[in-house]
Ligand binder design. Structure first.
Ligand code: NAD
Length: 262
């Protein structure tokens, strides 16, 4: 018998799933049998498109508008899931922004706050709604999409790297809190994956060449590289994995420049 990722009967909420990694994650979870809540903030057309793709492929999906940095929106997101599909079994905190490039001291603190609100407070607001529903079931999985920048500093993006490092510690602390309820909490740290968030980098030959030097494998990541790993981690095949970060980065954390001498 072939090994199968089986999420049949599970309800999944994927934040920011109208594009990029979130869209692929939602499609993989659906292919594994989960019913999926597609969440978007502004891109209703794209979110409707993903929802229809899933439904036409024989899956179950609904589409809900919510800004993850707003507590009331997040409450509504989970209530809609309850109403239409049932209480959530899987939460993927994917929504995120990198924010404007700005150096500390010559920056706008409101921009720092905006990044932290979406990338760190958003996952926290979503996780608290999710665990309220998972604890009674004594089962659940929360995946937080961090970044290699939870480990690697990124000049000009201190809000982004701090938000991702903070989210990583939230993963570990929450994992410790809820393990006794059979709830797993895991960070997935993408490296450089081709999505709209970094189109200005991979869309330009010079910056693409520079970025590729930072990846050990000879390519950038595709969204499916993340979707497949998230589906696996959500499944019982990974039932003893919790409280860690899984980098999915083609070896970016191997610091490939050191291959040529230190
Ligand atoms: P993307 O811009 O395609 O996706 C981000 C999604 O988040 C979009 O759908 C956007 O509408 C949504 N979003 C933004 N703010 C929101 C809010 N307040 N409420 C709800 N949704 C909101 O980019 P992506 O590359 O797919 O990014 C997804 C996640 O992956 C982000 O958390 C990002 O930090 C992380 N990441 C991406 C890469 C990469 O190379 N692409 C690398 C490391 C980490």
């Amino acid at each position: 018998m072939a090994l199968e990722i089986n999420l049949k009967g599970k309800v999944a909420v994927v934040t920011g799933s109208s594009s990029g990694l979130g869209r692929s994650i939602a499609q993989f979870l659906s292919q594994a049998g989960a019913s999926v809540v597609i969440n978007y903030r502004k891109e209703k057309d794209k979110a409707d498109e993903v929802t229809q793709e899933i439904i036409q492929g024989g899956g179950k999906a609904i589409c809900v508008q919510a800004d993850v940095s707003k507590k009331e929106d997040v409450k509504h997101l989970f209530e809609m899931a309850d109403q239409e599909l049932g209480p959530v079994d899987i939460l993927v905190n994917n929504a995120g922004i990198d924010g404007k490039r700005q150096m500390c001291g010559d920056d706008d603190p409101d921009e720092w706050e905006r990044v932290i609100s979406i990338n760190l407070l958003g996952p926290y607001y979503c996780a608290r709604e999710a665990v309220k529903r998972m604890i009674p079931k004594k089962s659940g999985v929360i995946i937080n999409i961090t970044s290699d920048h939870e480990f690697v500093p990124w000049s000009g993006y201190s809000a982004y790297s701090s938000s991702k490092a903070g989210l990583s510690m939230f993963t570990k602390t929450l994992a410790q809190e809820v393990a006794e309820n059979n709830i797993r909490v895991i960070s997935v740290a993408p490296g450089a994956i081709k999505t709209p968030i970094n189109r200005d980098v991979w869309g330009n030959p010079d910056s693409l060449a520079d970025l590729l030097k930072k990846v050990a494998m000879p390519r950038l990541g595709e969204v499916s590289d993340i979707g497949s790993v998230v589906a696996f981690l959500c499944s019982d095949l990974a039932s003893y994995v919790t409280g860690i970060t899984v980098p999915v980065d083609g070896g970016m954390l191997l610091y490939p420049d050191f291959k040529h001498g230190g």
